[in-house]
Design a protein around this ligand. Structure first.
Ligand code: ADP
Ligand code: MG
Length: 584
């Protein structure tokens, strides 16, 4: 007889042994089994229904039941879940297939990058019609003049080769970041009307060894295709570093790339019309093979612009901007000593943004002042709340300003502020860099000593005002800055009684292909003398600063007062006050 499993079966009072007896005595009509359940439904001949616990996978009940002809039914629980199961397994199968496809696709990408040598990935930018002209590059007249010659080579190579002259293949532009090296290279392409192919040298370097070299090959293949043209390799120092250098020997991939570049530079003929221009700000670390004649044999220095140059650059970048009539760019050029072309471009751009924010029609001096503030000092952050802290910072800053005014002239101080800006702890005294140092890169012993005194002037002011035991660590950065200068004076420049000897510090010894320790060649005695000198010069400088600041105590207090109230002292106010009160 067939019966459904969901009959109302009550939980049993019958024990297992009773059940066996009942089966033997023939009282049981049928038993319903559930696979994986330790329970059966029992239907007695008298109509009683009962759930009886059994053992898992019970064989004894089965045997007994079949011996006594009890009807046996097994519940097919799978049937219900079968449909659900089949859907699930189709789902899993699909996920599996998709995963395999994805994995295959990514590995094939990887493989094509490794094996196809990234032909598609090399990021050279080709500009066929460059619209940059020499007029766009201001303030670097020498470099521009030298490069104009290159245009002649590109336009009329025959003129030179006929005379037996060799057309230069490589031009290396050397100069600090933002001075217009990229811009100059573009201007040459623009002026001579040839295509400009540019790539950052770091793009050559990839995870896979050999990719860089193949990219170099690609680049030159393309250049020859487009000839005459200009190939511009930016930041060449990232692959052009001296080979075999660095801790733990060279970097294989970089060296292979460099070797390929050297080969390619040799490979094309003088009159093929491809000129390679490279830019770097670290010419000192370049491999000497790169610099030999026939490769980058022309080196052109692109310097930070001087006063006249800055004025020109500012006017180039204000061409498309409405300036107020009273804006004198020559004045702003005096306020931006040490700025690169990119900094100046940024200044004009920030000014225009300030102007737009004010919803005014033209850029005024006020907007430029604000922009200069933002660039010089970073963005304003929170205001210092504690008056005591304000006072300490103000004395530090004014101390530095006074020593700078005494040592380098009143005009050397551009601005004093105690407004905290991101990137600076506490206040900030903007001291104009010396025009001559910026343009020549040379600095005298006297100027270095001045720098040290200015750096230590914050500590000097604190010592005078608060007393020897009340000084704070506010000048921590200035002190380490000063110590670095003193160390260089003693160990590099020969500016002390130690004499004109160069004593490399331990950092220099490990870098480069020179692993020999310098230390062994220098007596311990000399080392202690050096330390002694460093301490002596630092102490004398601090004392000098203390003398200068105490002589100017009245001015110091006055300036600090203004600074605490106004938070900023502009250079015209500083000039007015110091002009009357400064004691040299
Ligand atoms: P570098 O390659 O030397 O790091 P860039 O040529 O990339 O500097 O200069 C960045 C930007 O700065 C230029 O796009 C330009 O707007 C501005 N700039 C830099 N130097 C000059 C310059 N001499 N004259 C005009 N603009 C300049
Ligand atoms: Mg550049």
């Amino acid at each position: 007889m067939f019966f459904k499993s969901n009959f109302p079966y009550t939980n049993s009072n019958t024990s297992y042994s009773d059940l066996l007896l009942e089966i033997d005595s023939g009282n049981i009509q049928s038993i319903y089994f559930y696979p994986r359940k330790r329970e059966i439904d029992v239907l007695y001949k008298n109509g009683k229904k009962e759930k009886v616990p059994i053992l898992y996978n019970d064989q004894l009940i089965l045997e007994k039941a079949s011996e006594n002809n009890v009807e046996l039914t097994v519940n097919n629980s799978r049937k219900e879940s079968a449909t659900a199961n089949s859907f699930a397994s189709i789902g899993i199968f699909l996920i599996f297939v998709i995963a395999i496809v994805l994995i295959l696709r990514s590995t094939s990408k990887l493989a094509s990058r490794a094996l196809g040598f990234g032909k598609n990935n090399a990021k050279f930018v080709t500009i066929d019609d460059v619209d940059t002209r020499f007029d766009d590059v201001a303030g670097v007249p020498e470099a521009a003049e030298e490069l104009k010659e290159v245009i002649k080579f590109l336009n009329e190579p025959k003129k030179f080769t006929d005379l037996g002259a060799k057309v230069p293949k490589g031009v290396l532009l050397i100069g600090p970041p933002g001075t217009g090296k990229t811009l100059l290279a573009k201007a040459i392409a623009g002026e001579s009307g040839v295509p400009f192919i540019s790539i950052a040298a770091s793009e050559f370097v990839e995870l896979f060894v050999g990719v860089g070299a193949s990219r170099v090959r690609d680049l030159f293949a393309k250049a020859k295709d487009k000839s005459p043209c200009i190939v511009f390799i930016d930041e060449i120092d990232s692959i052009g570093r001296q080979r075999g250098s660095g801790i733990g020997g060279g970097n294989d991939e970089r060296e292979q790339t460099l070797n390929q570049l050297l080969t390619e530079l040799d490979g094309f003929a003088d009159n093929s019309g491809v000129i390679v221009i490279a830019a770097t700000n670290r010419p000192d670390i370049l491999d000497s093979a790169l610099l030999r004649p026939g490769r980058f044999d022309r080196k052109i220095e692109v310097m930070l612009p001087d006063l006249e140059g800055r004025k020109k650059i500012l006017s180039v970048h204000s061409l498309s901007k409405p300036l107020s009539k009273n804006v004198d760019l020559a004045y702003w050029a005096t306020r931006t000593v040490g700025f690169s072309g990119a900094d100046l471009a940024n200044l004009m751009n920030e000014s225009a943004i300030h102007c737009a924010r004010d919803e005014s029609k033209s850029i005024s001096n006020f907007h430029i002042e604000n922009a200069l503030d933002k660039i010089n000092l970073g963005l304003r952050t929170s205001v210092i709340s504690s008056l005591n802290m304000k006072k300490i910072i103000a004395y530090n800053e004014v101390g530095r300003a006074i020593v700078s005014a005494v040592r380098n002239g009143i005009d050397s101080v551009d601005k004093i502020t105690i407004l905290p800006r991101s990137g600076y702890l506490g206040g900030y005294t903007k001291i104009n860099p010396d025009e001559e140092i910026v343009s020549t890169g040379l600095i005298s012993k006297k100027l270095l000593l001045n720098k040290i005194e200015i750096a230590l002037a914050g500590r000097a002011a604190e010592t005078i005002v608060f007393g020897k035991n009340e000084i704070t660590q506010c000048s921590v950065n200035d002190i380490s800055y000063a110590t670095n200068i003193v160390r260089e004076m003693v160990t590099k420049y020969g500016f002390s009684i130690i004499g004109p000897v160069s004593i490399a510090d331990s950092n220099d010894i490990l870098i480069g292909d020179n692993f020999v320790s310098n230390k062994s060649t220098i007596a311990d005695n000399t080392y202690s003398k050096i330390d002694h000198e460093i301490i002596k010069i630092s102490k004398i400088s601090l004392n000098n600063a203390i003398n200068i600041v105490s002589k100017n105590r009245i001015l110091l207090d006055k300036l600090v007062d203004i600074l605490i109230n106004k938070e900023t002292i502009e250079n015209n106010i500083f000039r007015k006050l110091t002009f009357d009160l400064l004691k040299v």
